[in-house]
Write a protein that binds this ligand. Sequence first.
Ligand SMILES: [Zn+2]
Length: 130
Amino acid sequence: MMMNFRFGTAINCIDGRTQEVVIDHMKQKYNIDGVDMVTFPGADGIFSSEDHSEAIAPIRRAVSISIEKHGSQIIAVVGHYDCAGNPGDREHHYIHLLRAMHEVSSWNLHAQVIGLYVNDKRQIEEVKKL
Ligand SMILES: [Zn+2]
């Protein structure tokens, strides 16, 4: 482990349009060198769906490793425009992201939890907690 490398963590969709923009945003705004990317199709939606509750356990495990072994102090939950795994408009994703942020915060991993929405222009919108 490189102690001087500052890790962040993202729970993101598998979608190839969302990886680099999220990494770039987190590096610029949160003073980190790289992002441990935990991916699942339509990741922001799994916290709002009974059907996908079994998917949460491996995601939580991966995030825990990133926090505990890599010393990450920030977890981003990501939703995005035109998501095949979690179809819906911007408002739909904002609702899911707020729920996801609440759930991930409840894991008590001693990291800041943020929500990011990648919009139709592939720009990052920060989702504010209610
Ligand atoms: Zn997606």
